[in-house]
Write a protein that binds this ligand. Sequence first.
Ligand code: ARG
Length: 462
Amino acid sequence: MTKKVWGGRFSQEPDALVNMFNASISFDRHLYAYDIEGSVAHCRMLAKQGIISDEDAGAMLVALGEIKRELDHGGFSSDDDYEDIHTLVEKAMVEKVGALGEKIHTGRSRNDQVALDTRLYVRDAVQQVMVSIRDCQRTILRLAEDNLTVLMPGYTHLQRAQPVLLSHHLMAYYEMLNRDYARFEESLGRVNVMPLGSAALAGATFDLDREMVAEELGFDRISRNSMDAVSDRDFVLDFLYNASVVMMHLSRLSEELVLWSTQEFGFVVISDAFSTGSSIMPQKKNPDLPELIRGKTGRAYGHLMGLLTTMKGLPLSYNKDMQEDKEALFDSAHTVQMCLKVMGSLLGEVSFKPDTLKAATEKGYLVATDLADYLVGKGLTFREAHEIVGKMVVLAIENKRELHELSLEEMKTHSRQIEKDVYAWLEPQLTVGRRNITGGTGPEAVKREIERAKQQLKPEGE
Ligand code: ARG
């Protein structure tokens, strides 16, 4: 068994079960690149401050570089004896440069080290997710542009409500993803804080140059309280929450794709390459991809709830409970990345059915609100108009007709103000065309938003 880094005060070897239960190496080796990056910066700073000699630092840096390359190629087993990635790297250094390797831990604890590694990981993960959000937005934008003339029913309560443009519906998701992007971007300010120098909890006794380490590692600031720095996992929670909200948005879009690709709706067809079949029912073509995105949303929420609960009763400062943050974080980061990628590709593989969508706007009295607005234009109050149109809808339902299929005489029995021009007024295309107010579903308004979005997605400097 490898000697424990904390073995001095123990007279017994740890029980095998303890060793196994305590170890995090099987998952935190995921942090190896960050762990080494942090050690390199720490080592340089120790030398600059004269805490270790330049010669020692030189040998240590060479060793760290070799260890990094070996880990890149899958070297070093995830033996529980190593306990965690921090210990693995230190032991590997000792193997290479002897006792000198242990000097890397001068003025440092695994407590501030793990906080550093996790922050470096989250910083990268946030930036990667932001790129994927933008990619997904780009696909949505393209789809919105390609379908600018397509009408569809807008829903509330999943009941047909008013005609809208399909582009407008799609651009709603663009807006959601915009907020998701902003949420991640804003979180970076809290992630990008350098905790080294906090040591175990009370701060290091050595004359460390914390600012130098922060600068080397690209951090904006250094932490201001050592006890907070080793026990804060808010930045992980931010990530888990932000990932949950993206997943919630992707899940809503997925639900719509599932619903719209049913025979009942028939609004959209997902390409064969992005669908799956049934082992028993030969006719089946199933929307497994959006279902999986919808399903994976559960694990993202679960990780958020899990870590919130883990943290809620912890006294200051570091507690081993916090080791539980990593699997949640890694899994959420992987899940949200994959789902954004899959959704982006999936949206490139859908074809909408303009005729079916348009036909759906013509059944179910979607223009009733516009008819009421028409009467308001003739001088009625909206409440009076609402009441009258309600009665007309009842008549139409009874006669199994739509509002525009009522004769002018029938209409006039409800309101003498109604004239022949009402039929043109009730064309779904025209009801949409009247809504060019900013944020509305009118084609001009939607085009303006598409233009804005294009400007927003332009690479900087263009
Ligand atoms: N594996 C630990 C974690 O993930 C690293 C810190 C361990 N520190 C300690 N004092 N046991 O939190």
